[in-house]
Design a protein around this ligand. Structure first.
Ligand SMILES: O=C(CO)COP(=O)(O)O
Length: 252
């Protein structure tokens, strides 16, 4: 039985003061984590204040990215070791914006997945699909190869803990959500790839999320799909009310 996972990715938005206020506003209003786990991924600048403000609230505090080395001469990078020390438990890895603007390759993403596990962080691995890929014949192999490459040398014990998000970049920030069938198809493909790599038992445990213009109007359709265990929302996670609507969706 997979526990639904509702996550927000704030990207490079809000301020430290706004982040803290957001956590104050949602405190006590989140679902029981036995029924739905909730998570916000934020800038590393905010994370320490957020962990402190969060206290024993069930909200999971995640980074949006981390580097693949623990420490060293890597100016400007975010250490996964320091994230763990700070009380952060999860990190997004391989978001399409990292792939597009920061040239992250599958190889870098795989190294980051290992760095996350080495530092006891749960990776939320994003799998992209551009519109040109969607329209081309190799789109299935593109999704399969991103998952396969991200998981190179990842053990079955580690693999069962990962969270994977299908986030077609043509649906991100565009207001154009994938239809529930398109979203299910992408998430199904990811689960099948994990089954091919690690077997059905592990594939059945891994949470697969959909992300791309999710809001409280389309969440119903998306979350009712068999292979979609939750959402990774950008814009709709920036306001406490709309995040709470998504977080509590399954309790209604
Ligand atoms: O990129 C996303 C989450 O990681 C999705 O962003 P939007 O929900 O704003 O489209």
């Amino acid at each position: 039985m997979r526990i639904p996972f509702v996550a927000g990715n704030w990207k490079m938005n809000l301020s430290v003061a706004e982040a803290v206020k957001f956590l104050q506003e949602i405190k006590g209003k989140l679902p029981d984590p036995k029924t739905t786990e909730t998570c916000i991924a934020a800038s590393p600048l905010f994370l320490e204040s957020m962990v402190q403000e969060n206290g024993d609230s069930p909200l999971i505090i995640s980074a949006e990215n981390c580097f693949y080395e623990d420490e060293g001469a890597y100016t400007g990078e975010t250490s996964p070791k320091a994230l763990y020390e700070m009380g952060v438990t999860h990190t997004i890895i391989g978001h399409s914006e990292r792939r597009k603007y920061f040239n992250e390759t599958d190889d870098i993403i795989n190294k980051k997945v290992h760095a996350a596990f080495r530092n006891k962080l749960t990776p939320i691995i994003c799998c992209d699909e551009t519109m040109s890929r969607r329209e081309s014949a190799d789109r299935i192999s593109w999704v399969v190869s991103q998952v396969t490459n991200a998981l190179q040398s990842v053990t079955p014990e580690q693999a069962e803990k990962i969270i994977v998000a299908y986030e077609p970049s043509w649906a991100i920030g565009s207001g154009k959500t994938a239809s529930s069938d398109e979203a299910e198809e992408g998430c199904y493909l990811i689960r099948q790839t994990i089954a091919d790599l690690y077997g059905d038992d592990i594939a059945d445990q891994v949470r697969v999320l959909y992300g791309g213009s999710v809001n409280d109007e389309n969440a119903d359709d998306i979350l009712s799909q068999t292979d979609i265990d939750g959402v990774l929302a950008g814009g709709a996670s920036l306001k406490p009310d709309s995040f709470l609507n998504l977080a509590n969706f399954l309790q209604k």
